[in-house]
Write a protein that binds this ligand. Structure first.
Ligand SMILES: [Zn+2]
Length: 367
């Protein structure tokens, strides 16, 4: 446990195993954990008792990637927790594969087509996921390699790997997205729960991690603490990835992310936060402060490093001092660029493109 993590409070033991076990966090709110084949090896999903149009069943929040292991874990839940009741609705917080990958299969009722459930998402997330799932692999691969090259990754072998990964990565984990969805927007209220015991969840849209990320907040009531299904916007052990990717190469996501986090300061400080990775925790305001401090420190480091012209590839080892696999490198380059762009947009760094086609950033001369 690191020093920052020690400031958070985990009211639940970490006794949940991947693969279909559940813990009831509050009446009718279950924590489900599913395995991921990455360095980040799990995702948390939330399964809520629900009733829609007089039918009793469940609402699932997030889905897991499309894999045999995820589908098998859901099938076990259908056979046990569901006990014949249907899934009534799937809410996906954002388009990332671990959240959306299994949505089409889940919405269609699993292997046995036991039910059909609508997918609820923001427009930005649905459109992005739908597009990337169907995107032409070769073009996406070439765009990713060009992006890496323009930011200082010049080793051809690495670029080949980047190209090959980007061509298949998203569609392999999200082979399909449902053909239709129900749009949710910032400020919408979603009633979830059995008749007479519904909780009202307010949609809070956040930026910087994904185009239109939805988190869901339920006020404290009846002696129960407030709940925030935070998705990936706040995580207890690691900082949320905030990246510039090839699809939006001049994006400035970091200030958007930090501004989005500030909305959480208006929520109750003792909210039980249900994050997509790690354990449910109490300490929402602390984690917002930690994220501000973390990124301020990194921006200062990046600015200091840019006394000389630096590419994003040269900044990367400064921010990530450990060995990274290709999957992690993709996010690390994006994150390095997010910090450079935040300073560039503020006018504290100037950007030039060299004869080699590589963008470099240097401390701006004072006006
Ligand atoms: Zn995510």
């Amino acid at each position: 446990m690191n020093e920052l993590e020690r400031q958070l409070h985990y009211p639940l033991a970490d006794r949940l195993r991947e693969g279909g076990g559940t813990i009831e966090l509050a009446p009718g709110v279950r924590w489900v954990r599913m395995a991921l084949p990455f360095a980040l090896d799990h995702i948390n999903l939330w399964l809520l008792d629900d009733e829609i149009d007089g039918v009793q069943g469940f609402t699932a929040i997030d889905c897991g990637i499309a894999s045999d292991a995820t589908r098998a874990a859901w099938e076990r839940l259908f056979d046990t927790v569901f006990a014949g009741r249907p899934l009534l609705r799937v809410i996906a917080t954002h388009f990332h594969p671990d959240h959306l990958g299994c949505a089409a299969w889940l919405a269609a009722g699993g292997d046995k087509r036991r039910f059909s459930a609508p997918l609820w998402m923001t427009l930005g997330e649905y459109a992005f996921g739908k597009f990337l799932s169907a995107a032409h692999g070769e073009e996406r691969g070439a765009a990713a390699a060009d992006h890496f090259r323009a930011h200082g990754v010049t080793d051809e072998q690495t670029l080949d790997k980047v190209r090959a990964r980007a061509a298949v990565h998203y569609p392999s984990l999200v082979p399909a997205v449902p053909e239709s969805f129900r749009r949710i927007m910032d400020g919408d209220e979603i009633a979830i729960g059995p008749h007479g015991a519904k909780r009202i969840f307010r949609v809070i849209v956040g930026y910087g991690h994904a185009p239109e990320h939805a988190s869901l907040y339920c006020e404290a009531a009846g002696g129960e603490s407030a709940l925030l299904v935070s998705g990936d916007m706040v995580l207890p052990r690691i900082s949320t990835n905030v990246s510039v990717f090839e699809i939006e190469p001049e994006a400035n996501p970091l200030p958007r992310y930090l501004r989005s986090l500030d909305h959480y300061l208006m929520l109750s400080a003792d909210t039980l936060v249900l994050p997509s990775h790690g354990k449910p925790f109490v300490g929402l305001h602390k984690i917002v402060a930690q994220q501000h401090a973390h990124h301020a420190a990194r921006l200062a480091e990046v600015l200091a490093a840019c006394e000389q012209p630096r590419s994003a590839a040269e900044i990367l080892p400064l921010l990530f001092r450990r060995e990274l696999d290709l999957h992690q490198t993709t996010f690390a380059l994006g994150e390095s660029l997010a910090h450079l762009h935040a300073l560039w947009f503020e006018g504290r760094l100037a950007r030039t493109r060299g004869a080699d086609g590589v963008y470099r950033f240097q401390r701006a001369a004072r006006p």
